[in-house]
Design a binder for this molecule. Structure first.
Ligand SMILES: [Zn+2]
Length: 362
């Protein structure tokens, strides 16, 4: 959780903006700087013009920061530790005892240290409940993730294994509309995609800086390129590219589970497919999904193909007159790698919306 100061500053910012939800298109520079953002104010212009404004501002700012020792010894969580965590021979007797006492033995072995994955020089994937990405440069550290609130301590612990510099920017890849995440990293400037006009709910804790089309952050020579890809999984989704490392963090546009769509917030399967097209139009080799193993670019195409197949199958059900309530029982998804859990989010929340979307309305 962030410091109260930041929360207050954000509240102040919200009242300063004083406009209906969904029209905070201009980037804002409110809360007094832990780090002066200097990010391009007009995101569209920044995107089109290669973010010249952001470049200058951030570079000069970056230069004024103390250089961080970027020697980020990748924390390769030693595999042998992981093995040890499970069935250390010495634990057996203790486990038996505990089992006799009340079966808490399974919880006893210490967790193996999560593996921080270095996928490029200064570019790390941090596992928390999904994948966060950490870009470490001599001029600052940027965190990218989804629904980070509540994981601040874990993120800090993982980040500390690769840098002793604090996180200056925190990029949230999507927004569910009514409520935005607190910062996971205290004092970090939060960035996120602007909500569209369709969004009617006033967001709480909006990001410090929002962008409608794109935005580039420059930390020294390192560019971090944010691209708004519209409402897809959520009300507003973004992808974050690291062009000098050939990698993209895809947010929840690609995960290792079935698609979950925030229909109430403005997400849709159609928007998701378009967002994946925008992602595929970028040049990159390495895809960091919101959850699951790191992929190659083809993983985004594969996810898109499966999503299109899923939508087509639902269209067929609609055409055959299968009722919405029956759709889960009639829908084949196992071959897509998305076996249906009747109590899961997909069946309870996404499928009814998806049915309505392809049927042309509720
Ligand atoms: Zn989400």
């Amino acid at each position: 959780m962030p410091g109260r100061g930041l929360a207050l500053a954000l509240l102040a910012a919200a009242s300063w903006i004083g406009e209906p939800a969904g029209r905070q298109n201009a980037a804002r520079q409110d809360a007094p700087p832990p780090v002066e953002a200097g990010a391009a104010a007009d995101a569209d212009a920044a995107a089109e013009a290669g973010a010249a404004g952001a470049t200058g501002a951030d570079r000069s700012e970056a230069d004024s920061q103390e250089p961080a020792p970027p020697d980020a010894a990748p924390q390769d969580a030693a595999p042998q530790d992981a093995v040890e965590g499970d069935e250390a021979p010495g634990d057996t007797a203790a486990a038996d005892d505990a089992a006799a006492e009340g079966a808490d033995a399974e919880d006893a072995p210490p967790e193996p240290p999560p593996e921080v994955l270095e996928i490029g020089d200064g570019l790390y994937v941090l596992p928390y409940c999904g994948n966060a990405t950490l870009r470490v440069t001599a001029h600052g550290v940027v965190l990218v993730g989804d629904e980070l609130a509540g994981y601040g301590a874990e993120i800090a612990r993982l980040a500390a294994t690769v840098t002793d510099h604090r996180i200056a920017y925190e990029i949230h890849t999507h927004r569910h509309g009514a409520e935005d995440d607190d910062a996971a990293a205290p004092g970090a400037r939060r960035l996120g995609p602007a909500l569209g006009d369709a969004s009617v709910r006033a967001p709480a804790e909006p990001p410090d800086i929002v962008f409608t089309s794109g935005l580039s952050l420059f930390l020294g020579e390192a560019e971090i390129r944010l691209r708004h890809v519209g409402g897809a999984h959520s009300a507003a989704d973004a992808v974050v590219a690291f062009p000098d490392r050939g990698a993209v963090h895809a947010g929840h546009l690609v995960t290792d589970g079935p698609p979950t769509i925030d229909y109430a917030g403005g997400g849709s399967a159609g928007g998701w497919i378009q967002a994946l097209d925008a992602l595929l139009a970028l040049e990159f080799d390495t895809l960091i999904p919101g959850a699951g193993p790191v992929l190659e670019k083809s993983g985004a195409q594969a996810f898109r193909d499966r999503l299109v197949t899923l939508r087509t199958r639902i269209e067929q059900l609609v055409r055959r007159g299968v009722a919405k309530e029956e759709a889960a029982r009639r829908l084949e998804t196992t071959d897509l790698g998305w076996p249906l859990d009747p109590d899961g989010d997909f069946v309870r929340e996404t499928l009814p919306g998806l049915y309505d979307e392809v049927a042309g309305g509720p």
